[in-house]
Structures are given as C-alpha cells and as structure tokens.
Design a protein around this ligand. Sequence first.
Ligand code: CO
Ligand code: CO
Length: 322
Amino acid sequence: MLSQLPPATYRDPNVLLGFESGDDAAIYRISDEIALVLTVDFFPPIVDDPFQYGQIAVANALSDVYAKGGRPVTALNIAAFPRSLPPSVLARVLEGGQSKASEAEVSIVGGHTVDDPEPKYGLAVTGLIRPGEEVTNSGARPGDVLVLTKAIGTGIITTAGKAGIADEAVLAGAVASMSALNRGASEAMLEVGVNAATDVTGFGLLGHLKTMLTASGVSASVSRGDVPVLRGAVELLKRGVAPGGTHRNLESLAEHVDWAEGVGELDRLLLCDAQTSGGLLISVPEERLEKLRSALIGRGCEFAAAIGIVGAGTPGSIFVEL
Ligand code: CO
Ligand code: CO
C-alpha cells in the first residue's frame, strides 16, 4: 500500500528513516541525542478472546519500534467497533491492550474509536532512540548469520482457531507467542551490536527476509530444519489449513526463492506463513553470534535460532535448503 504513496515534494532533513526502504518504523531526529521512532499497526480480531486480542494487537504494534532498537514510550489506541457489539467487549479488548502496554512500560495517552461493521484494534506508537543507534533493514552483510527469536506458524494456527478445528493447547501456544513482547530481543541486539533487523509479520519469514535482503543488496540461504515452528502448525498444514495470505506470500516470492530438492510444498507454505506479532529476524556478524544468542536467551526470548547465512548473490534472492 505504501508503494502507492506519492513521493513527497518536501523532505525534512531530520527524517532519518522514511518508508522507502520498507523499514518497520520511521525515525525523526529531535537533536543529536534523541530521535522519535514512529509506527502504526491495527487489525481485525485474530482470536476469539477479546482480552487476548487486545494483548496481541499491542505486542504486534510495539514490535515495529523494537525492530529498530527503539524504546516505545507512548501510544494512541486506534479502535473500530460495530455498535451491535456490547461495549463490555470493547472494554475487554482495551483492557488487554492496556495490560500489555503496562508490561512494556508504555503509556497509552489517548486514542480514537469509529463505528465499523468489522472490529479492528491497534496502536499508533511513539518511541525514542539515539540517532545513529537505529537498526535498519538495509545493513545485512555477506557472512552474517540470520537469527530468529520466535517460532513461526501463527497464521496457520489462528486460521484453524477461527474454523474451530485447532486443539486448545496448540492455540494457547500460538497466543503465548503472539502476545510476547519483542522487547528483550530488541535490547539484546542493541547491546551486542547487529547489522540489520526486521520483525516477522504479514509477509511471512521469507517475505520479510526478502525485503531486508533487497534493501541490503545481499542474498541468503536458509535452512528449513533450523527454523523453529510452533507445535501443531505442521499437522494443521497437512490437513490443508493455511490462510489466503500465506498462499499469496508464497506466490509473490516465486522468482526470488530457489528450493532445494526435498523442500516440499508444505515446508514452502510454512516458511511463507503470514505471521502476527512474530519475532525479530536479526542479521548479526558471525563473530557476535554466540554473544547475541546468550543475550537473547538471558532476556527470556522464546528462541535464538540461527536459521541461515547472508551471501553475496543476486540481491533479494533466497536459497532454502533442508
Ligand atoms: Co514490522
Ligand atoms: Co507493522
């Protein structure tokens, strides 16, 4: 959608990062010491429980600030809600959001609600960062290792959840993963020093990787067996469950990805599964890999999985091995 945005005729020199590179958030310099990190994200309910939905929407919206290495400080609620639903349901969504924001030490300072047949909720977030410390998606270098901090499969599992065919424990696993903040991952990567990062959301693991590789002018190989996957996702895929977005992601990557023999259709779909509130995908110089992994684990990240290597091939191209 941003690709439809006309180019601005005015560019403030304090805009350090705009939308051109497909980065997760914009950065605006206030002084040499401080810059704002700006982002917005909202979406329709992904789970039935309104409190959990609120938590996930907030974790997801904050994630784009964390992906830059920023510290989110304030947020505005954005809510669309049908009049036909009892106000107590909206209250529960906002409560979930508030609880997650409090956990993140972010103040929700206002917001706006409109009447809409399909509910939607999310945040416009403001964060802080020291100019020059921001982690962009354009700094990946050949030889870097790619590290992923959450398992994938939330698109498949939540689709099954909506259809009422997901096992309760499987759904709970996905909800826990989606509600987890990327704060620890962000702090770990800032502490260690990394070359690039993005969070993994709607375009799936390979889609977001491709954007980072293109912006960085590099290629990558990814090892399917090293990618952490949420429990239950593969079984659901085998039963034919995958969201439309996941199929579209796979189609749109056709000319950018080469698959090793033996990487089957289900694995391809899985690696393109449209995520909500996924983990950070970090490109780290190899000599700092172990330091990053222990920093991630020390901060309670779900995973610190080395899933691939950055190369010097055709920019944006990905090779997937078993
Ligand atoms: Co993002
Ligand atoms: Co986003």
